[in-house]
Design a protein around this ligand. Structure first.
Ligand code: GUN
Length: 294
């Protein structure tokens, strides 16, 4: 039986609707709007698309939405100064500096200079640490893993006791926080990566697979336990000569056509985890505004 397709677009719209309602309630009660500042440095084509989508979604949710687009020769000190200004700006509750930053800018320094209270990406060490110890009340959870968890919840509920989860990828942005969230929901978690000895055999143990490596179509159908839930975090631009010269299409880290024949449930690319990331960014910004309002 072909897999259930997990509709990330629909779930993300539900999250965004709820955020919009709560933003409007905050505005009625306090006169404040959640404020999101998105900073883009340089002219990376994919980043331009993502940043545009985030800025637009914030406006749709009724937020005060600001985009700062800086040239690729911006210095680290200029960028740090902008972050300082945004840290001090009472109309801004969330700051997102889009990664990757151009060569020559020390990205960790910039990211750690964002106030932890406005770090809606969840990349500041304070937020990383709180998520690591399961202290979620005051943390910001990174948006992609948080969105992936909501999709897993659609299939398995919130308690993953007794289930094996394999996260493929160990990045700080997705793999590691994903593993922490799965542990917090009682899953038995393995983090696999490029140095794992038997990647197909490891993935085959999983009731839940989260693929987050950035390698198009890495995970094959015969790597999966029949009935497994497959969450594909990859968004890879690959050439699509059938669409014309210099055209691209987006594919995930999972070979969808094969995997959909074996999995119990699977997220598509596009339309799976990607839209959830944006809606969870809005949710984090809303939470930040509520925290600030007391
Ligand atoms: N680049 C790709 N994904 C992300 C993300 O979630 N946050 C930021 N800041 N940059 C990114």
């Amino acid at each position: 039986m072909p897999a259930t397709v997990i509709d990330g677009k629909l779930q993300s719209e539900r999250v965004a609707e709820r955020v919009k309602t709560l933003a409007s309630e905050l505005n009625l009660q306090t006169g404040k709007k959640p404020g999101l500042a998105v900073v883009l440095v340089g002219d990376d084509a994919a980043s331009q698309v993502y940043v545009g989508a985030k800025t637009r979604k914030a406006a749709e949710c009724g937020f005060h939405s600001v985009q700062h687009t800086l040239p690729s020769d911006t210095t680290e000190d200029q960028l740090a100064e902008l972050v300082d200004q945004l840290n001090a700006d009472p109309t801004i509750h969330g700051i997102l500096v889009q990664l990757p930053l151009p060569d020559g800018i020390n990205a960790p320094r910039i990211i750690q200079s964002i106030s932890a209270e406005k770090d809606v990406d969840g990349f500041h060490f304070l937020n990383v640490g709180m998520v690591g110890v399961g202290e979620f009340a005051n943390a910001f959870v990174p948006c992609t893993p948080a969105g992936a968890m909501l999709l897993i919840e659609q299939i398995h509920g919130r308690d993953l006791s007794g289930l094996n989860a394999v996260v493929v990828g160990r990045s700080n942005i997705v793999g590691k926080p994903m593993a922490n969230l799965l542990i917090a929901h009682n899953a038995t978690v393995t983090v696999a990566h490029s140095r794992t000895k038997d990647l197909p055999g490891t993935v085959r143990q999983a009731d839940i697979v989260v693929a987050a490596v950035g390698r198009p179509h890495l995970v094959k159908g015969d790597w999966l336990k029949p009935g497994a839930t497959v969450i594909d975090v990859g968004i890879n631009r690959v050439p699509a000569p059938d669409k014309g010269e210099n055209k691209f299409r987006l594919v995930g880290d999972v070979d969808y056509a094969e995997a959909a024949q074996v999995a119990g449930a699977i997220t598509p690319v596009p339309g799976g985890v990607g839209p959830m990331t944006i809606s969870l960014l809005m949710a984090n910004t809303l939470v930040s505004a509520y925290r600030e309002a007391g």
